[in-house]
Write a protein that binds this ligand. Structure first.
Ligand SMILES: [Zn+2]
Length: 93
């Protein structure tokens, strides 16, 4: 398997975390991935994801939760993701 590379510009490190938000149209529900990142870039990527979420236009009936930081576990299903609120709280408000 090839390594998952961090989205950080010029980074090139193996990614360890992902930023994702739960999206729903009222019938189906899915985890929308904003970014994957290494340990040093995850906070910046999370802040960027929150900013991009604010610019996301939803049609009536659609909902999009705040992006959250999860551990990136190779081969696991989204529902087994481990959330890392400690990394989110490390970000400036
Ligand atoms: Zn990185």
């Amino acid at each position: 398997m090839y390594p998952v590379i961090c989205y950080g510009v010029g980074c090139g490190q193996a990614a360890r975390y992902k930023v994702a938000a739960t999206w729903s149209d009222g019938q189906t529900c899915e985890l929308k991935t904003y970014a994957i990142a290494c340990e040093s870039c995850i906070v910046a990527q999370w802040i960027d994801a929150k900013r991009r979420r604010l610019g996301c236009r939803l049609i009536p009936g659609e909902t999009l939760e705040e992006p959250c930081v999860y551990e990136l576990v190779r081969g696991s299903r989204d529902r087994t993701l481990v959330r890392r609120e400690d990394l989110e709280s490390a970000a400036p408000a």
